[in-house]
Write a protein that binds this ligand. Structure first.
Ligand code: G3P
Length: 219
């Protein structure tokens, strides 16, 4: 499973990229606005920090402007994945950009029917939002299971299931059990993944015993 980080904070991305665990980055207009920085500068900076896909989202809602914005964003760096909303204009833009060889991430997916359309439009990624479905009392992870199963029925289908709106480590484990291709993870959740109290306790005991032995590995 690939790990993307869901943030536009370049310092956090730099720190996580250094771990070697990161395969890509997703941003959205809210995350970019939170940085208070210039959109284009932020995207270009992120693209230089990471080799994998960096999602940059269009802001228009009509096809013509969306396509123009998508082309402009794709021109920022080779690893930009243009993010479009799951609307008819977004799907049309996805089809056009995908045909021209640009990676497209179709976002704001909340149903299996929408995911089928994203695949039909040639999307490189479809982003179902699990946390926001959970928030309204629907089982977000059921949608992931459905999409993975549907996509698996068609060997020639290349669209990857990118689980978005992740709120906790359990979401990631469940997505992996279901065979989702990618999780886009907020930085704080990515850091939570590594923690376990028994790891801390075990390490403390090993270190205490090692100290008592009086030995040193490096001499
Ligand atoms: O980037 C899209 C998605 O991951 C947003 O998550 O937490 O705002 O629902 P959230």
């Amino acid at each position: 499973m690939k790990f993307f980080v869901d943030t536009a904070d370049t310092e956090e991305i730099r720190e996580l990229a250094d771990t070697g665990l990161l395969d890509g980055v997703t941003t959205n207009p809210s995350l970019v606005a939170k940085t208070g920085r210039d959109f284009f500068t932020v995207i270009q900076e992120i693209c230089s920090l990471i080799d994998g896909p960096v999602s940059a989202e269009v802001a228009a809602t009509d096809f013509k402007t969306m396509l123009e914005e998508g082309k402009k964003l794709a021109g920022l760096a080779d690893n930009v994945a243009v993010k479009v909303p799951l609307t008819m204009a977004g799907l049309k833009t996805c089809a056009e950009l995908s045909r021209a060889g640009t990676q497209v991430n179709v976002t704001l997916c909340f149903s299996a029917a929408q995911a089928i359309l994203a695949a039909k439009a040639g999307a490189a990624f479809v982003s179902p939002f699990v946390g926001r479905l959970d928030d309204i009392g629907q089982a977000g992870m059921d949608l992931i299971g459905d999409i993975v199963q549907i996509y698996d029925n068609y060997a020639d289908l290349k669209t990857e299931v990118l689980v978005a709106s992740i709120r906790n480590p359990t979401h990631i484990v469940e997505a992996a059990l279901l065979g989702a291709d990618v999780c886009t993870i907020p930085p704080q959740v990515l850091k939570q993944l590594v923690s376990h109290p028994l790891t801390d306790k075990g390490l403390a005991a090993f270190l205490a015993d090692w100290e008592k032995s009086g030995q040193s590995i490096l001499g």
